[in-house]
Design a protein around this ligand. Structure first.
Ligand code: NAD
Ligand code: 89Y
Length: 338
């Protein structure tokens, strides 16, 4: 399969590295509004076709899919254009700025008959996959309570300065992943109640969010996120879990320690590997980039919809919007209202 990447910024480096590791995939063209970035990436990854205009690249064609690694403001136009040019699409999270755009993007890919996957990679992290396997195999019975927690004081603003500038921060940027993990474990949501705070006064948006979700299947989950938490050891970028089921409990503790307690206890080291091109502490995220991109390729080859498809991601985005609404209005929001 031949691919093209749009956006050569901070995170695209991981995506380009991962594409190189996937058998049968070649990135043949790249594009960024910034000519210097495009040239740097082209040189680093040996890609000969470079563009500053995505429309021109799509019109020239010669590839089967595009990987959109730009920030959210450009996603709708790029996804619609890619669909119009009949290529499969991977698009970074947050998928869209609002639900209307997101629905239009899903419809555009559907009309074109092309696969659309959102690069919602946190549920693809190997420690999360290990925990999901325990739950899906029924080892702790039916889950009735969960805590999905991401608390850190890591400086994400130096690598991603735009995160300090938006009216929205942690729910839209990071909470979106943690809400998606909650959906992966406990299924779709019925209601959400959220509170938000801004502790770091040098940024515009909220950096703390505490969310309580009632799931359709009967479980309740607490999804708590913070970038204002000074803790030692720093756990960035680990998502910690605590799940109570009818037959036992599961915890994913700091340092990738998975503990499953039923009539006996199992303690398993689920540390992710550090890929050849990865750096700690990002290695957990970086490995999941390879896993999700491999999933995209496998889904296209077998004609199956990706687990984190555009259509699936509408439900995660709905939770993001519902959480902001709940925090703004101080009330529990039925997800079906959005
Ligand atoms: P960035 O600003 O470093 O890079 C984005 C690049 O896209 C820039 O170089 C910009 O010039 C380019 N661009 C913007 N609009 C364009 C257009 N229309 N055509 C061509 N190029 C265009 O941003 P980043 O930190 O790399 O983040 C990109 C996306 O990745 C964001 O949506 C972010 O939320 C997401 N992200 C995801 C993860 C994850 O784990 N899934 C981690 C970090 C960032
Ligand atoms: O942008 C975010 C993401 O998706 O994962 C971590 C991050 O880079 C900072 O919160």
């Amino acid at each position: 399969m031949k691919g093209a990447v749009i956006g050569c910024g901070f995170f695209a480096q991981n995506q380009l590295q991962a594409w190189r590791d996937i058998d049968g995939v070649e990135i043949v063209a790249i594009c960024d509004l910034d000519a210097e970035r495009t040239q740097q990436c082209a040189a680093a990854f040996g890609i000969s076709r470079t563009y500053q205009d995505a429309e021109k690249m799509l019109a020239d064609g010669g590839f089967d899919f595009v990987d959109i690694a730009t920030t959210v403001g450009s996603h709708r136009a790029l996804v619609e254009s890619a669909a119009a040019h009949n290529v499969h699409i991977v698009c970074q999270k947050p998928f869209a700025e609002n639900l209307e755009d997101a629905r239009a993007m899903v419809n555009a890919a559907h009309r074109a008959g092309k696969t659309l996957m959102v690069h919602e990679n946190f549920r693809w992290q190997s420690p999360i996959l290990a925990a999901l396997q325990v739950v899906r195999l029924g080892k702790i019975g039916k889950p009735f309570f969960g805590r999905v927690s991401f608390r850190s004081g890591y400086d994400v603003f130096s690598g991603q300065p735009y995160l300090a500038e938006g009216e929205r921060f942690i729910i839209e940027d990071l909470g979106i992943h943690i809400l998606d993990i909650s959906r992966a474990f406990f299924g779709d949501a019925k209601h959400i109640a959220a509170t938000t705070r801004r502790i770091n006064t040098r940024i515009k948006g909220e950096d703390v969010a505490t969310m309580l979700i009632t799931h359709k299947g009967g479980a309740t989950s607490v999804v708590d996120c913070s970038y204002a938490t000074r803790r030692m050891p720093e756990t960035f970028p680990q998502t910690l879990l605590e799940i109570d089921g009818s037959k036992g409990t599961l915890r994913l503790d700091a340092d990738y320690k998975l503990i499953v307690q039923t009539d006996k206890e199992a303690v398993i080291d689920v540390s992710p590997p550090v890929l050849a091109w990865a750096q700690k502490p990002w290695h957990n995220i970086q490995e999941s980039v390879l896993t999700i991109q491999q999933h995209f390729v496998d889904c296209i080859a077998s004609g199956v919809e990706p687990e984190t498809s555009g259509a699936d991601n509408l439900k995660t985005l709905t939770l993001v919007e519902a959480a902001y609404l709940s925090a703004a209005q101080g009330r529990t929001v039925p997800v079906s209202d959005l």
